[in-house]
Design a protein around this ligand. Structure first.
Ligand code: ZN
Ligand code: ZN
Length: 423
């Protein structure tokens, strides 16, 4: 039989990496706590309609990238390609409007998109997703942006650039669309094929085309600012003023857009100079009309998502610390086969006192056990042989200093802690 491998575009996160994931997730938990965001766990699959309406029928995600299947009850279900629509669904389903607003939630977990796999991009990828639901206050936009930056600061990321823009609202966006169409109409022969088709469907999306020729055209395209209605303009100014007050440096990027009607006002991205074309480490913004698009009440909200694979890649490229890789503090060494069961009892008693201990199960030589201890990065070797057995003692060797002492068995845990404290 042929060996079964993981499907294309998905991967195993093995121990060499998973401890780095835990490091980032621990920081996410801490930052979420400091900003008052509570964690939720949402389903991996939802009714397909939630995403087709909540992300938009004409987006690449819905048109080409969703994992959609029919279950045994003949329902169309989809593996979530993102978390925002589920957050909004959950808010509505559980009447969170009753609570003080905004309701601040976050979640972490795998998302699924059928995309071409490349460095840092997988078909199953982990996202951290933070949302503040139920407030139109621009100070909440500022909080969301600051939260993402604080997470990246604590992870040690540098060289980050914040790009912000407004995408207007259904009231003022048509004015801007008209101006864009007038501008792009004169450049249709220069635009790529997909941009030509976007021209009549959704000219805003031409602005984020990565094709160099299109980039050259969009360079001089009109920005949205002059087309914004009073409300959107005030909101945008309040957000940028708020960021300035917090000392955040940012750039206004007129090409930063979201092509759907329920994305409103603030759009932002945090870029890292380290990833080439794949350089957004986080993206977010306001989506005041998404709830209505999925059949809910008016629910002004703002949030961001960031990819765990991407963050770790940038951290590795920037040489950021992931803390200390988990290692046993003590390696229990049995000098002869006769004391192996005793070694297991001692191991258990040290673990019960809260110490990280490892031991050998291969019946290896003492030399090989010492080698295993150093490979695993243990600080101490606790050695039990027949003479120790008789005396009720254990020999404890500090593998860093090479010093060895003999201690009574019941003093072992205390002695280890003492040595850890003194150094
Ligand atoms: Zn507006
Ligand atoms: Zn294009």
């Amino acid at each position: 039989m042929t060996e079964i491998k993981a499907p294309r575009g998905v991967r195993d996160i093995l121990p060499d990496e998973s401890w780095k994931w835990a490091y980032v997730l621990n920081h996410a938990h801490a930052v979420a706590g400091d900003f008052g965001y509570a964690e939720v766990h949402l389903p991996i699959f939802e009714h397909t309609e939630l995403f087709s309406r909540g992300i938009g029928e004409t987006t690449d995600v819905v048109e080409k990238e969703m994992y959609t299947f029919t279950d045994r009850g003949d329902r169309s279900l989809t593996l979530r390609p993102e978390a925002t629509a589920s957050m909004v669904r959950s808010y509505i389903e559980h009447d969170m409007a009753e609570a003080g607003q905004p309701v601040k939630l976050w979640c972490a977990g795998p998302m699924f998109r059928y995309e071409r796999p490349q460095k840092g991009r997988y078909r199953q990828f982990w996202q951290l997703d933070f949302e503040a639901l139920g407030s139109s206050n621009p100070m909440v936009d500022v909080e969301i942006i600051e939260l993402s930056l604080e997470l990246f600061r604590r992870l040690g990321l540098t060289n980050l650039e914040v790009m912000v823009n407004s995408v207007g609202c259904p009231k003022c966006r048509p004015v801007y669309k008209g101006r864009l169409m007038a501008y792009f109409g004169a450049h249709l022969d220069t635009l790529c094929e997909s941009c030509v088709s976007r021209y009549s469907r959704n000219p805003l999306r031409i602005l984020d085309c990565k094709n160099p020729q299109c980039r050259a055209v969009t360079e001089d395209a009109p920005g949205i600012y002059d087309s914004l209605c009073e409300d959107c303009r005030t909101h945008f100014t309040s957000v940028t003023d708020g960021m300035t007050r917090l000392g955040a440096t940012f750039h206004v990027d007129k090409r930063l857009v979201r092509g759907l009607d329920y994305y409103t006002k603030t759009a932002y991205e945090v870029l890292s100079g380290q990833l080439g074309a794949q350089n957004a480490v986080c993206g977010g913004g306001r989506y005041d009309n998404l709830s209505e698009a999925v059949g809910g009440p008016a629910l002004p909200s703002v949030g961001f998502a960031t990819g765990l694979d991407r963050i770790i890649l940038v951290m590795e490229e920037q040489g950021c610390s992931f803390g200390k890789r988990p290692a046993p503090l003590v390696y229990m060494i049995a000098q002869t086969p006769a004391v192996r069961t005793e070694a297991q009892i001692l191991t258990a008693s040290l673990r019960r006192s809260g110490l990280a201990v490892e031991m050998d199960y291969l019946g290896r030589s003492v030399k090989a056990q010492f080698k295993a201890a150093s490979t695993l990065g243990a600080r101490f070797a606790a050695i039990i042989g027949e003479s120790e057995m008789e005396k009720g003692t254990v020999s404890l060797k500090d593998l860093e200093s090479g010093e060895q002492v003999e201690v009574l068995r019941h003093d072992l845990a205390g002695k280890i802690r003492k040595l850890c404290e003194s150094n």
